[in-house]
Each structure stands twice: as C-alpha cells, then as structure tokens.
Design a protein around this ligand. Sequence first.
Ligand SMILES: [Zn+2]
Length: 684
Amino acid sequence: MNKAASVGRWLLLNALAGTLLASCQSNNSSTTGHPDLLQANLDTTVRPGDDFFTYANGAWLKKHPIPASESAWGIGSEVQEEVYTRLKALNQEAAKASAVTGSTQQKIGDFWATGMDSVKADKLGIQPLQAELNRIAAMRTSQDVQDEIARLKPLGVNALVGLYVGQDAKNSEKMALQLWQAGLGLPNRDYYFNKDSRTVNIRREYGKHVAKIFQLLGQDSVTAKANSAQVVKLETTLAGSSRKLEALRDPYANYNKMTVADLGKRTGLDWKTWLAKVDLAQADTVIVGQPEFYKTAGQLLKTTPVDAWRAYLQWHLVNAYADNLSRPIDDEHFHFYGTILRGQKEQRARWKRVLDEEEDAMGEMLGQLFVKEYFKPATKQRYEKLVTNIMVSFREHIQKLDWMSDSTKQKALVKLGKITPKVGYPDKWKDYSTLTIDRSSYAANTMRARQWAYQYNINKLGKPVDRTEWDMTPQTYNAYYNPSNNEIVLPAAIFAVPGLKDEDADDAIIYGYAGASTIGHELTHGFDDEGSQFDEKGNLRNWWTKTDRKLFQQRVNGIVRQFNGYQVLDSLHINGKATAGENIADLGGIVIALDAFKKTDEYKKGQKIAGLTPEQRYFLGYALGWQSHQRDEVLAQRVLTDVHSPANLRVNGPFADVPEFYQAFGVQQNQKLWRPDSARVKIW
Ligand SMILES: [Zn+2]
C-alpha cells in the first residue's frame, strides 16, 4: 500500500521558507561566508564516474558514523532528530499542563507521562496483558482458538489474519474488506527458507528468542523450548503458503474478490460468524490477496493441536506489546529485533521510542501542533508551485515519447492531469475524540490506541470513500503515491534540508532534492510497472494498447536486468523485479525534474556556485536526498523485504542511464558507472 521511499528523510522546514523558487543571484559561498553544503559533502578522492554516491556524500558520511543506538544514519535521521526535539518539547509541556480531560493536551501529556514512567512499567510486568493471556491459556478447542484470534485482531496483534478495509482496486469509489497474508514473527517468508549463513543464523536466534520470551512468562526452560519449536513450525507452514516480495506487486494476482460464503467454502471456516466477532457482521464480500494462504490457515486450524496455537498466540501477543512492558521483556525484544536483525549496538533512548509509539497512536494530533509551528502557509504554497512545474515537465515528456502511440499518450496525459497533489498536511484532521488516553499504564494506552485505530479503519466499510485522508503524518520524512486515489502525498517534513540556510538553497538543490527524489519520483509511481495498470480514476483497468504495453514492458525489463546485476552484500543481489517500480520512479523523477530545472534562471545563466555548474549541483542535490548509510544487517534485511534499492544504488543506478549525467561529470568509458548507449534505460 505504501508506495513511498522507506529510507526516512526529514528536514528543517523553516530553513527552506522563502527560498524555494527564488532565482539565485547571490549564492556564491565566497559572498555568503558559509561553506557550500554540496561542496562540503564531497569526497574528491572518488571519481564521480566510478561511484557518484560516495563522491557526493563521502565526506559527510565519514563525519557522521552510525550511532551505537541506530541501525542506519543519514540526512533523514538528522531531520528526524530535529522533529524529535520539537515533539519532545510539545509533549513535556502537555504533560505539565493541567488540561481538560479529553483535550489534545491531556491525551498527549498522559501518553507521554505513562510512556516515560519506566518504574511503573517494570512494576506492572506482564500484568497489562494478563486478562488476554488467561483467555489464551483457557483455550480448549479449535473454535476457542478462532475466537481468541478475533479478540486479538482489534488489539493489533499479528496473529494469522491480516485484515483491513480499503478501497476496492477495481472500483475506487467503494471501500471493501480485504484479507492479506500475515502472522509471521520474522520479517517475511524468505527468512524461513533461505539457506545462506546470515539467514540461517537469524532463524536459529529467532527460536532462542521466542523461547526466552516464554521463560519470561514463567515457563521452565524445557517447556519454553518446546513451545518455541511449535511456534516456529507453525509459522514455517504459513510462510510456505505466503507469496514472495515480487509476487505481491502484481495487482491482478493479488485481487481475488469473493463472497464471504465462498471464502468459507474454500477455507472450511465459518467466516460469517468470525467476522461478526470483529465487528464486521455486515461484510458479505471480501477481496482476498492470497487465497492459498487462507486455505492453509483453514487447514492448520483443523490439524494443529491447540497447544501449538496457545504458544503461537501467547508469543504474538507479547511480541506486539514488548516495547510497552517491563525492562526484561523490552530488553529481550531489543536483543533479537534490534541487535540480531538490525545490528544496533544499544537500545535507543526511551523518549524517542515513546514518541514513535505516540506517532502510531495519534500521529495527526501531533501533526496539527507540528505544522502550526513549523510549516507556514507560504511554504506550502511554494511547494505546491514546485509540484506544478514538475507536472508540466512530465506532461512534455509524455508528449515527446518516441515509443508510445498517440492514443495511449492521450490517456496517459488524462491520468497525469487528474493526479491530486497533497502538500504539507491534510485539510481535514482525524477526529480522535473517541480515543481515551489516561495515566493507568503505557501498555493500556497503547492497547486502547490500537483498538481505536482498528475501529476507525473498519468503520469505513459501506461508507463513501474519503479522498481527503492522509496515510502519513505531516512530520514524516517520506512520501507516497496512492493508485486508488491517483494522488501524490508529500508530508511537510520531506522538504527539509538540515543545515541549509535560506540564502544557500539554490534552485539546483531544490529541484534535485525535492523535485526529483520526491515529487517527480511519486508522480512517476502513477506510471511505473504497477501504477500504470490503474486508470485516471484509480481503478485497476487497462488503458494501454497491446503494442504500447509490450514496448513499455521491454523498457521495464531493461531496468530489471540492470538492477539484477548489482551485488550488495555477500551473495545478495538486488531483486530487479521486486524493486522495478521504485527504480522506474527514481529514474523518471530524475529526468523529469531535470527538464523542469532547465527552465529556471539558475540553469539558463549557467554560473558556477562554489565551483559547481548548475547541472552538477542538480545531480548533487538529488544525491543529497539519499545521503545515508546502514549496517550490513539492515542492508541484508532490505534486500529481502524492501521494494526500494539501497541508497547508493538509488543514485548510481539511475544516473548511469541519464546522458546529462555523463556530460555534467565527464564520465568516461573506463569508469565503473559507464554503460553503453544501448544498455541505458529510458522510460519516461
Ligand atoms: Zn517510491
């Protein structure tokens, strides 16, 4: 669902205010007295034609090693730090104030206060989950198991069923009940089967971790080990029926609409009754992403002993709330998910983790306070204008395509013209008035927040689609394209550049950083291998001629081949097919925003700033957006689970396809990034 860049990127919003589309007259570093940001980041020991990412960002990366508490660090982390600091101040103030019960102040203040109260969390131990643990312990039949899964669903526990209400991919005017594969404790199905030593080790550690959690629930070591083995066995069967990352990107294959009665027949389960238990009695049809997964789930409910389900549900319940419980559970959770999986050396500060939890719980409540202070209407207008300029350039690109017929071009232009840009923050905020937050306990607040979010989502069934909604908060350093709404959504924080003052932000940086890597990228998602299958109304419906589709697919195959060729770690290669949509969007964003930049005064004047030409600064501005590095553990995880390529390849990969890049940096045939003309991919 989320089409966005997963690498977090954030900014100091006010730093950019006033400079966005300003023509650049006095940007020379020698006149401002400030070192040029782009120049300061360069590692000139690396030739741009060999490894542009390192050339552009190397000095910065050397100066900013990954902190012990982090698994990755980059420009996004710096913006995030700034956002954390601001939100912390808002929270501390709210916690001190004697606010009216039910007010925003009271909810934020109480959530923060219970989150920070580690003494109370330690004292309570597992107690906040005890009622559910007792029910799980009392299960005797398969029916009891199904009932308990229904109870855990609104609590946000990842147990067997992945369920939500979302737009019907073939009728974007309707909200539909959807089922998706779910229920694994490891990041995805590949972790249960891959044979490389890294994954084998993770699997072994996972088994130990689940056993330790059982011991922390009071089981002796022999029982805990046996229960852990049952959990892993059950999950391995579910993983075996789960689809691979690339298979999940085929919108037709993952659209299987059926009646609830038919789903019952296919799975041997009484879904009508089960759905009534999760407040979805009115549902009569369901879109099932992966029917074979639910067939297996139905079989497992009949054949797997209740004891194994007991272990499975205990494990997933505790896992869902480990962060909110006492220190020993929190520490053990961190040991596996932080250290083993992500390579973190130490736990992150509690206050930051509380803010993350609060973001999930009531992010738009924080967002309202955030933008009031940090994203002024003038800034919003400037970025809206940048969006318009990039859209004009995209339109011209489509008109000039040499491989697409006029009839398909007309439809592509209609689709582009109908894209809704959402910039900064929502016009209408979520109403949290029915969410209760108090000072009882951190876990209790989180449980209520997750129940609230569940009800909020399922209440959409049968109601008109609300196209004003946002799936990200304004303080998120990220962005997305939503095919069902044919919209790009650009949160306020994505536009920030840490350390960049107004007078130093020239158009080249802005067009490369915001124009290409964010706006152009998200627009292109409407026309990547997946997004292009949706029409201007957000419906999964073909609007291409057969020949055009074939010619498009040939170009997509080119980018798949290109990225399949990149090896990132040990024996791990990029999955060209799984990352195709993102790589197409990166390449599209770069060429579209570049042509928009060519219309600016800065480009036309052609004057150097800090020794760099406008075109060079544009490419460096884009690379700035991916200025980050990560631990090997994270890199390995991303290759298996993320549809985005690693940061260095989001720069080096698409740049190797762009002729202006070769010219701007004099890239020669004997350099590593050089690709022959015939191998360079050009799509949009
Ligand atoms: Zn993307």
